[in-house]
Design a protein around this ligand. Structure first.
Ligand code: DC
Length: 228
């Protein structure tokens, strides 16, 4: 793989469209790493909650994040995320963190730091699958293959509830629906890097498809585009 020119696959979409699971499975099949950029914004939200920094204080958060550092441990599958050397992979999924992450992700200072870091990670990977909201539109506009995932709201809520309960979190449907709706609104209306379908992206509605069906079709598109 090291001899391969850089090849980036982006997967964007709203919460609960299945992005994270399909991105991880696609990366596994391609034998490469999956960059979960939402986890990076969530790690900053952990900082905001745990250190009492206002989620809209982009300057303070960006400064602290540069001091502490966010990094991934690629030896784990999925990669674990470390904030100042501490593994926060589970903490980032807590509802108090989800509750402020959209505000944190709206701050231009925070986005600037993370976009630069995501591009650096891209440079370190000859082949990378990356998922988020702005990967195909802003971070890697020249990505070889760009996907945009969509799904119906009730399906998205169901998936998120299942995912949270499986990880041991006690959540109600209505609570998760409210969290998703609020984040959708903030994510798609912010001025810096809003959630949008990138130009030339392959759009997939995942509502009535299994994760494996979605990944099968994505894998086919990627293999067709990969240099031989
Ligand atoms: O995908 P997720 O739910 O883990 O994302 C967490 C939050 O981070 C979500 O509110 C959107 C934001 N986000 C973003 O603004 N840009 C990205 N590239 C990824 C996530």
């Amino acid at each position: 793989m090291t001899s391969m020119p850089r090849f980036v696959v982006t997967i964007d979409g709203a919460a609960g469209t299945g992005k994270t699971s399909v991105a991880q499975e696609l990366a596994r099949r391609l034998g490469t790493d999956c960059l979960d950029t939402g986890a990076m914004y969530r790690a900053i939200a952990v900082l905001s909650v745990d250190q009492g920094i206002a989620p809209d204080d982009g300057v303070a958060l960006a400064k602290l994040i540069q001091e502490l550092g966010i990094r991934f441990d690629w030896n784990h599958e999925p990669a674990s995320i470390l904030l100042g050397g501490v593994d926060v992979s589970s903490r980032i999924r807590d509802l108090d963190v989800s509750g402020v992450v959209s505000i944190v992700a709206k701050q231009p200072e925070v986005r600037k730091v993370l976009v630069e870091q995501q591009r650096r990670i891209g440079e370190e990977h000859p082949l990378l699958v990356t998922e988020g909201r702005d990967q195909g539109s802003i971070v890697f506009p020249d990505a070889e293959v760009r996907f945009f995932l969509e799904a119906k709201m009730d399906e998205r809520t169901k998936r998120r509830v299942k995912q949270l309960r499986e990880s041991g979190k006690n959540v109600e449907n209505s609570q998760v629906l409210q969290d998703i709706s609020e984040r959708d609104k903030i994510d798609s209306t912010r001025t810096d890097g809003p959630l949008t379908c990138p130009e030339g992206a392959i759009v997939i509605d995942t509502s009535d498809k299994t994760m494996m069906e979605v990944v099968d079709s994505m894998e086919q598109s990627v293999r067709t585009a990969l240099p031989t």
